[in-house]
Each structure stands twice: as structure tokens, then as C-alpha cells.
Ligand binder design. Structure first.
Ligand SMILES: Nc1ncnc2c1ncn2[C@@H]1O[C@H](COP(=O)(O)OP(=O)(O)OP(=O)(O)O)[C@@H](O)[C@H]1O
Ligand SMILES: [Mg+2]
Length: 358
């Protein structure tokens, strides 16, 4: 049953963010979308499809492999999804945690919904895996890492609660790169540039669930998903595997630019707006400093950061039998430092050590 949108979905400012990512939706389209959203009668599915096409030009996104910058209409999109959700609740086949697919009128998946409660067992003080999913999208500058559009939404009307809603990619290979330990393709053929960009984004997010089991694949091009276990509040967190490794070549100009353009202050603001715990913000700001220092230190490569991030972790038995990761060594002291001056010193020492051992 399709219902008119409840204005509460449109007025909750905690769901509106990234004002710097303003979309190009035309004013007349916006007016039409808004007029439809506020009418009280049930809305016809054809009209909903039309609205959907206005805010997200799917065919273009797939053709050019870019995401339409529709963040300005995030709240409208949220509302449209609520209206479209006649077919809520089919569990996603590959999800061990109960992610659900929301289908269009033809039964094709349009979105994947992960309720906030899915993340409850994870040791995050502020408990919002769903907001972390959205942040992974918002912090993916210019969609360089290709995180699918993801929003923090309220589907309480459908008894699904709040959670993250991610655009579902129908154009990818079935499953993820390493589903059930079977690799979907020859790992050596994977697009290295994308893999490296994804790793930079994983570092920025301090993604603890980064791995080949969370990479969708399209013609050897990886597309990252699943950021609920990122931005940790502490150092002892759950993790699975790491993303496939890559060559030890210098940072490309584009990568250096990507990292240098990360703005610590605006990231801080965004995380605060999303009510991310102070301790997680502190760890994340240290990571930004590490990334910037590394890219500006001659001789340090992304592979060095890969080693630093992963070789200083160890796994052991943990929650639900999954491996856990414990940061240790230099990465631990750097990420946990509480004062940025001290962090800089620790980073310099760690980078010097890496260079000395080369
Ligand atoms: N945006 C997407 N487009 C296409 N398929 C997706 C998308 N997001 C998730 N999937 C599929 O759904 C599965 C589960 O998604 P995801 O890993 O985000 O959820 P999860 O509940 O955390 O699962 P798990 O804990 O098993 O990793 C993925 O392995 C993938 O096959
Ligand atoms: Mg997953």
C-alpha cells in the first residue's frame, strides 16, 4: 500500500547533510516533486516512477559509471522510497545479517535496506552503523571510490525502523568478489586504480569490514559496499579480511590530490552532525593526518599504508565466531593519540621507520 509521505520525514534535519554536495535538480522539477509529496491522496505508482527518474537518473549513472549528484534531494528521495515501498522486506539472498531488498513495481531490487538493529552487536558507543553507511557515501568525494548512494532513513511506518538505504546495483556480477571463499574473477585482473582509490577511502573511513567479501564486481572493476563497521570508537573491533593487495608504486597525482583535498574540519563537522562519538572522531582525525603526512613524505607508498594498517593487526576468536582485529604497534598509538601535535610526532617516527626498513 502506497501512502502519502509523512512530513516528519522531510523535517528531521538529522537526515539532511552534506549541503556542500548540491545537486543540479531543476527548480521546476523540484516544485513538481514537492507538490506531489505533499498531496494527501495515495500516489499512483507511475508518478512515483517518474519522480524517481527525476532525482536519480539511473541509466546515466550506469552508462557513465558515475552517480548523479542528487544529495540535495536526499529528503525527497527518502520520502519517495517510503512511498515506493509496496514490496518491503524480501531478505537479501547474500546477507547473513538480514539486509532487505526493496523492489520496484516490476519486482527488481532498487534499494537494499539495513536496519539499525543489525549493527547493535558491534562495539560502537554511539551505535549507528546506518549513519556510518551514509557517511561512507558522503565522504566519497566526487564518487571516486564509487560507493553507491546511501541514505540514513526512517522506515518506522513500515515497522522496519531506521536504517541505511543503499541504491542496489543490478548491473554487477552476482555476489561479491570472494563470496564463500570463491573468487568471482582473477584477482590479478582487478582494476588497480579503483582498488587503490577504494583503499584510500577505506582508510578515511577506518573501515574494519573492508575486504573482498564486500566488493561488488563489474567487469573487473570493484565497487565497495558495507560500511557499518567503520569509524570505530575504540581499537578493538571486528573485522574480516583485507582488500586484495596492490603494487608498490608511488602515489599517483590523482591520489595525492584526493588525499590533499580531504578537509579535516568539514569531515569533523559532518561526523558531529551525524552524532558520531567523540572517540571515533578523534581516531578519524588522526587517520586524516596520517594519510596527508604519508602522501607528502617522499618514498612512502600506499602499499606502505596497507602494510601499516593490516600487518599491525591480528585476528582471534570473537563475536559470533568472527575474527576480531586488534590494532597494535604504530597504528594503534597513532590512532589513539589524543593530541594532534603528538599525533604528528608519532606519524613522523612511524614513517621514518618504514623508510629505514625499505
Ligand atoms: N548496493 C548493492 N548492490 C548490489 N548488491 C548489493 C548491494 N549491497 C549489498 N549487496 C548484496 O547483498 C549482500 C549483503 O550486503 P552487505 O554486505 O552490505 O550486508 P550485510 O548484512 O552486512 O552482510 P554480511 O554481514 O554478510 O557482509 C552483499 O554481499 C551483496 O551480494
Ligand atoms: Mg557484507
Amino acid at each position: 500500500m502506497i501512502s502519502a509521505v509523512n512530513s516528519k520525514h522531510l523535517n528531521d534535519s538529522s537526515q539532511i547533510s552534506a549541503s556542500d554536495k548540491i545537486t543540479s535538480i531543476k527548480p521546476d522539477q523540484l516544485a513538481k516533486v514537492e507538490s506531489v509529496l505533499f498531496q494527501s491522496d495515495p500516489i499512483k505508482p507511475e508518478l512515483i516512477d517518474e519522480l524517481h527518474n527525476m532525482v536519480f537518473d539511473e541509466s546515466r549513472a550506469y552508462k557513465d559509471d558515475i552517480y548523479h549528484p542528487f544529495t540535495q534531494v536526499e529528503r525527497l528521495y527518502n520520502a519517495i522510497v517510503v512511498m515506493k515501498s509496496g514490496d518491503l522486506g524480501r531478505p537479501a539472498e547474500n546477507s547473513s545479517n538480514g539486509a532487505r531488498l526493496l523492489n520496484d513495481s516490476q519486482g527488481n531490487p532498487l534499494y537494499i535496506f539495513k536496519g539499525e538493529r543489525l549493527f547493535e552487536n558491534f562495539l560502537i558507543n554511539d551505535v549507528s552503523g546506518a549513519k556510518r553507511e551514509q557517511l561512507a557515501y558522503l565522504l566519497d568525494k566526487d564518487h571516486q571510490a564509487m560507493v553507491p548512494p546511501t541514505f540514513f532513513v526512517d522506515l518506522n511506518e513500515f515497522k522496519l525502523g531506521v536504517g541505511s538505504l543503499q541504491h542496489y546495483r543490478n548491473d554487477v556480477d552476482r555476489g561479491t568478489l570472494s563470496e564463500n571463499s570463491n573468487f568471482l574473477c582473477d584477482v590479478s585482473q582487478i582494476d588497480q586504480i579503483m582498488l587503490r582509490t577504494i583503499f584510500i577511502h577505506d582508510l578515511l573511513m577506518i573501515n574494519l569490514d573492508a575486504g573482498s567479501n564486500n566488493l561488488l564486481m563489474k567487469n573487473n572493476c570493484p565497487i565497495p559496499i558495507d560500511f557499518g563497521y567503520s569509524l570505530p570508537c575504540g581499537i578493538e573491533e571486528r573485522s574480516t579480511d583485507s582488500i586484495p593487495s596492490f603494487d608498490d608504486r608511488p602515489f599517483t597525482d590523482k591520489e595525492a590530490q584526493y588525499i590533499n583535498q580531504i578537509d579535516a574540519n568539514s569531515t569533523l563537522t559532518l561526523l558531529k552532525e551525524h552524532h558520531i562519538d567523540e572517540s571515533a572522531i578523534n581516531i578519524q582525525q588522526n587517520m586524516i593526518l596520517l594519510l596527508k603526512s604519508a602522501v607528502n613524505t617522499p618514498g612512502i607508498t600506499l602499499k606502505d599504508l596497507h602494510r601499516l594498517y593490516y600487518s599491525c593487526t591480528k585476528t582471534g576468536g570473537g563475536w559470533s565466531g568472527d575474527p576480531r582485529v586488534f590494532f597494535k604497534g604504530d597504528i594503534k598509538t597513532i590512532l589513539l593519540s589524543c593530541d594532534l601535535n603528538n599525533t604528528s610526532i608519532l606519524i613522523q617516527k612511524a614513517l621514518e621507520k618504514i623508510l629505514a626498513n625499505k
